[in-house]
Design a binder for this molecule. Structure first.
Ligand code: MTE
Ligand code: MO
Length: 325
């Protein structure tokens, strides 16, 4: 039997390693919205403590913490590219509910309440569900998968997610045969998410959709962790979707409700700019975004521009979904 090769984040001391020297004092102060306050008015101790976004307010301890790191799925352990270092992926995030500044998302989101968290699955199902995230975690088995991730803005990374195939989650609710699409709805909590209050012209809450066969595809992962740990808030805690062959905005964070429907649902970005963000949004280097080419992408770890692969490298797996019938 081949030994399981454990990636470096399995090292037990990984959590103890200082994750970032990135969070220097200037960023910290800027972050708190104290732009013009003099340094001397903040204690040096506070600054020193604030080296990392997560050190300010770590995730609450939850029973589900015991499931990390989860077993690596051997089918998805290698994408032919190195993993993006954790501190790079976790400090460069899109999460418009908090801020449009990727590097400030980890800080602006850090007091967001992730426990308790209720998740609902309803619509065209035999057994509608409404349960606490922790109760859900008791009923499922998590696994780890390394996937490519490609944002429509043409940056990319390779990260190890932890989660369960969405099809397993949906089966708990028993989708009816009349269910043709799946709708995902994110949280709506303006008191905790500054942009839901400050930018009310966005059609909050964030919402997305997939065709039922896309949702049931084995690659589609309901995600609860990254780098062998529970998802930090900036990555969408406590649960978000990952659809690796589609542009990143098809992977909604902070999901509270999954609804099975019989019609193609509207989506957040399609509502805002229909010409720019289609319903399908499969990664396609040959099809330019109206404002930029999609032929290449910038690896956020190296800064190198590399070619973008059709379906983000998942053609073999997902092309059958789109074959002309
Ligand atoms: N609720 C919500 N989900 C979201 C977004 C968002 O703004 N709000 N941004 C999307 C976009 S554009 C991208 S690229 C990915 C980024 O995921 P990451 O920050 O975990 O890398 O989240 C997606 N999911
Ligand atoms: Mo994105």
């Amino acid at each position: 039997m081949k030994p399981i090769i454990r990636p470096s984040w399995y090292k037990p001391d990984a959590a103890a390693t200082p994750e970032s020297i990135y969070w220097n004092r200037r960023d910290f102060i800027k972050t708190l919205g104290l732009g013009t306050v003099s340094l001397s008015s903040l204690s040096l101790a506070a600054c020193a403590e604030a080296q990392t976004p997560t050190s300010l307010n770590p995730l609450p301890k939850r029973p589900s913490d015991q499931f990390y790191p989860a077993k690596l799925n051997e089918l998805y352990k290698d994408v032919g590219k190195p993993l993006t270092p954790e501190k790079i992926a976790t400090t460069y995030n899109n999460y418009y509910e908090f801020t449009l500044d990727k590097e400030l998302v980890p800080v602006k989101s850090q007091f967001f309440t992730v426990d308790p968290w209720t998740i609902e699955i309803d619509g065209l199902v035999d057994k509608p569900l409404k349960l606490d995230f922790e109760d859900l975690m008791k009923q499922v088995t998590l696994e780890e998968r390394v996937y490519r991730f490609r944002c429509v803005e043409a940056w990319s990374m390779v990260v190890p997610w932890t989660g369960l195939p969405l099809n397993q989650l949906l089966k708990l609710a028993g989708p009816k045969s009349s269910a043709k699409y799946v709708r995902f709805i994110s949280f709506n909590r303006p008191s905790e998410a500054p942009n839901q209050k400050a930018q009310p012209w966005y059609p909050w809450p964030y919402y997305e959709g997939l065709r039922i066969d896309e949702a049931m595809h084995d690659l589609t992962l309901m995600t609860t962790g990254i780098y062998g740990k529970p998802l930090p808030r900036q990555h969408g805690a406590p649960l978000r979707l990952i659809v690796p062959w589609k542009y990143g905005y098809k992977s909604p964070k902070g999901i509270v409700r999954i609804e099975l429907v019989d019609h193609k649902p509207e989506t957040f970005w399609n509502k805002i700019a229909p010409r720019e963000y289609g319903f399908y949004s499969n990664v396609n280097p040959a099809e330019a975004h109206p404002r930029w080419s999609q032929a290449t992408e910038r690896d956020i770890a190296t800064g190198n521009r590399i070619p973008t692969l059709p379906m983000n490298g998942y053609v073999d797996e997902v092309a059958p979904l789109y074959a002309k019938k």
